[in-house]
Write a protein that binds this ligand. Structure first.
Ligand SMILES: [Zn+2]
Length: 380
């Protein structure tokens, strides 16, 4: 067994602010001279003018390739080909978590550097040194780990404010899991995604993410509804993108993300965002670890107000979907899963029981607080 170490890893530079995209060339230029941008047509339509102007100012050529929906093995390999054809020396993933993950994975395979330019604060993927690879249907395949994080993460909060509010909400769901999982990994003395034990820094950043979200999420959601940038929105964008990213990678994942990965196997939940499924995983983790009643109550009330699913109903399932729940639990507990970072042994039965239990728990708490009943999700 290797000597235990503590480690933390992070992007070389993080840039956040209103109109930050207008300075992207200035921050990409020190990393590479022949950038290849990866962005789907919708995202490119939004950022093209700002990127072209900024790249021109920095004497950078503008080369862009499109992107489909998921970071599939084929999408990643196609990007590697595109990088080699153009002899690019840095790949810049622009848009959502999947385009960014594909850019990272392709940059690694091609042996060049990579940068993340998220256009929404919908996941914490942009800062990390790993990519989540999916099938064409969006089912989880694997985590791919890289030796370093992006050289640059740049996020424009005006773009975040103009993006659909559900993107920010999903990012809040992803980020709320971070502290809950890091805390469990601490109790278990588990290794983190960074490949060693937690540092105090990794855990503290995970907790800071939680605190900032608790204090600012509802205000930030209103800011995005109004399409304006406020200090509360800036804090939530930092929590969703930087702090949750550092916190999950160097603080450790546990049950919440493993259950998310399991839920990608349920066709009924297809079409939901990463952070929406993660939120159900977080509540399931709180239930299975026997968290204090007031903590569970607080989590259900808060995430209902935020607009995140915290019942099976809201992810297209019911307590009677025994076979599906069992398949989810089996996938969530495979040997390689982070659920085994929990401070106790986790079996599929424990996962099924937590998923079944959370339906009634949430409904009861929501009713007690005069919050709306869950609305059934239907995948089309
Ligand atoms: Zn996540």
């Amino acid at each position: 067994m290797a000597t235990p170490i503590q480690t933390v890893m992070s992007p070389a530079r993080y840039v956040q602010g209103k109109d930050a995209i207008t300075r992207v060339g200035e921050f990409v230029a020190p990393i590479g001279k022949r950038p290849l941008i990866v962005a789907d047509d919708v995202v490119w339509g939004i950022v093209q003018q700002a990127v072209e102007t900024s790249f021109a100012e920095a004497d950078l050529p503008v080369e862009r390739v499109g992107f489909g929906r998921f970071a599939t093995p084929t999408a990643i390999d196609d990007l590697v080909t595109a990088i080699r054809e153009r002899d690019a020396d840095v790949v810049v993933g622009v848009g959502g978590g999947s385009a960014i993950d594909a850019a990272k994975a392709a940059g690694h395979l091609a042996g060049i550097r990579w940068a993340s330019v998220p256009t929404a604060a919908s996941t914490d993927a942009p800062t990390s040194a790993l990519a989540v690879v999916y099938t064409d249907e969006g089912e989880f395949i694997e985590y791919r780990f890289f030796p370093h994080n992006p050289d640059l993460v740049l996020i424009d909060t005006r773009l975040v404010a103009n993006a659909p509010v559900q993107f920010l909400v999903a990012g809040i769901g992803d980020a709320l899991a971070t502290w809950v999982e890091a805390r469990a990994a601490a109790r278990a003395h588990a290794d983190t995604m960074a490949g060693g034990l937690q540092t105090a820094a990794g855990v503290a950043l995970a907790e800071l993410s939680w605190t900032l979200l608790h204090d600012n999420a509802l205000q930030a959601i209103e800011a995005v509804r109004a399409k304006v940038v406020t200090p509360a929105l800036e804090k939530v964008v930092e929590a969703n993108t930087l702090l949750s990213g550092l916190g999950f990678e160097s603080g450790g994942l546990a049950a919440a993300h493993a259950i998310h990965n399991g839920l990608t196997a349920a066709p009924q939940a297809h079409g939901l965002a990463h952070g929406q499924k993660v939120n159900v995983g977080t509540l399931a983790q709180l239930v299975m670890e026997g968290a204090p009643a007031e903590e569970i109550e607080d989590f259900v009330v808060f995430t209902t107000k935020v607009g995140l699913p915290n019942t099976l109903t809201e992810i297209g399932l019911t307590v009677d979907d025994t076979d599906v729940l069992r398949a989810v639990a089996d996938a969530a507990t495979v040997e390689s899963e982070t659920i085994h970072n929990m401070p106790f042994p986790v079996t599929p039965e424990i996962v099924v029981d937590a998923l079944v239990a959370l339906e009634g728990i949430s409904r009861g708490i929501r009713a007690e607080h005069g919050l709306p009943e869950p609305v059934r999700y239907e995948h089309h």
